[in-house]
Design a protein around this ligand. Structure first.
Ligand code: FES
Ligand SMILES: [Fe+2]
Length: 358
């Protein structure tokens, strides 16, 4: 489709080519994948990171680069309090301060305080570890939570997939209602043959928007097991997190999906399913293949779409089914501008009822 042929009333004024946000929390790891005294290496937004858990259980993240001569610190030892570079043995605290240079001879003085490894804030919330890639998390979108109730005991499983794809496009796939019947046309989901007109109310919420609670459509059989009439709300929050909470009585099941830009055009998708009912845990091995199949459909579809996007970036956003995508770009643009100008973020979303057919 030619860009010049865009009917102006259908497209949005939002800038479509914003760089990935840095001043935000990105999903780094499931908490249980990182034991005390261990580290993992991970690149986020092209930044090599060593993410670790100290002997007390506290998480940290440092640039994975020795300031002496560039050796990745993740290749060295970690004793639960200090990381030791494997090349010349320089030691660093988990805050990135240089704690020792073994090659200094007796009487040689060196201002260790001038040597630092860049450190990044980390947060471990409801079993998930997040890293803040910017300088200061104050005023940033909060660390995503599966449940607002901080006392609620949650069980969870995490599925991770990596693929080559434009980050915005990966995030858009989380909120694009119209791809469902085509990409996820399988027996346990809404196929194209059962498409119906949908009417949904959306309201602004913290750094994003929420599709307000409604009765879950009856063709999702799995939720019948929960007991009680299920109510679902779906939230989207910057930088790219979708949280779907389904309540039935006192029970809660949450599907949270977070996109993390690794760099070099690679995106990592983490899907965290959390639940409050201990008995549901026994079903985990049965549920896992369905989750993987569903996510794999998104991965395959995004990778194929990227083949086309490598040639051009058509962006024709129609009302109402692409409205959420317009909102995504507006939210991202407003947040980037607010950080740049040092002012408070003002949510550009206004309450609205949207109609589409899926
Ligand atoms: S490169 Fe790390 S101590 Fe020399
Ligand atoms: Fe999808």
């Amino acid at each position: 489709m030619q860009n010049s042929a865009r009917p102006s009333q259908l497209v949005d004024e939002a800038p479509f080519d914003l760089a990935p946000l840095r001043d935000v929390w990105y999903f780094a790891s499931a908490g249980r994948a990182l034991k005390r005294g261990r580290t993992i290496a991970k690149t986020i937004l092209g930044e090599p990171l060593v993410i670790g858990r100290d002997a007390e259980g506290k998480t940290f993240a440092l640039q994975d680069l020795c300031p002496h001569r560039g050796m990745p610190l993740s290749c060295g030892r970690f004793d639960g309090s200090e990381l030791e570079c494997p090349l010349h043995g320089w030691r660093f605290s988990t805050a990135g301060e240089c704690a020792g240079i073994p090659s200094l001879a007796e009487g040689q003085r060196f201002p260790l305080s001038q040597v630092r490894v860049k450190s990044y804030p980390t947060a471990e919330v409801q079993g998930n570890i997040w890293v803040f890639l910017g300088e200061n998390p104050i005023g940033a979108p909060p660390v995503p939570r599966a449940s607002e109730d901080t006392d609620q005991r949650l069980f969870s499983m995490v599925e991770t997939m990596r693929f080559r794809c434009n980050l915005d496009n990966a995030i858009i796939s989380l909120i694009d209602p119209a791809h469902g019947p085509y990409v996820h046309d399988i027996w346990f989901w809404h196929g194209r043959r059962t498409a119906k007109d949908k009417v949904k109310l959306f309201t602004p919420s913290s750094f994003g928007f929420t599709m307000t609670s409604h009765q879950t459509s009856t063709n999702w059989r799995a939720y019948k097991l929960l007991g009680g009439k299920p109510e679902t709300e779906i939230l989207f929050q910057l930088p790219g997190v979708r949280i779907e909470r389904t309540r039935a009585g006192r029970n809660l099941v949450v599907n949270m999906t977070a996109m993390t830009p690794l760099g070099d055009g690679m995106v990592e998708m983490n899907h965290i399913v959390s639940w409050t009912m201990p008995w549901l845990t026994v079903l985990q091995p049965l549920v896992k293949p369905f989750v993987r199949r569903f996510l794999g459909q998104d991965r395959d579809s995004l990778e194929k779409q990227q083949i086309g996007l490598d040639f051009a970036r058509p962006m024709l956003l129609i009302n109402d089914s692409d409205t959420l995508i317009k909102w995504y770009y507006r939210l991202k643009g407003e947040y980037a501008a607010a950080r740049r100008d040092g002012r408070e973020f003002v949510n550009p979303v206004t309450p609205r009822t949207l109609r589409w057919r899926t």
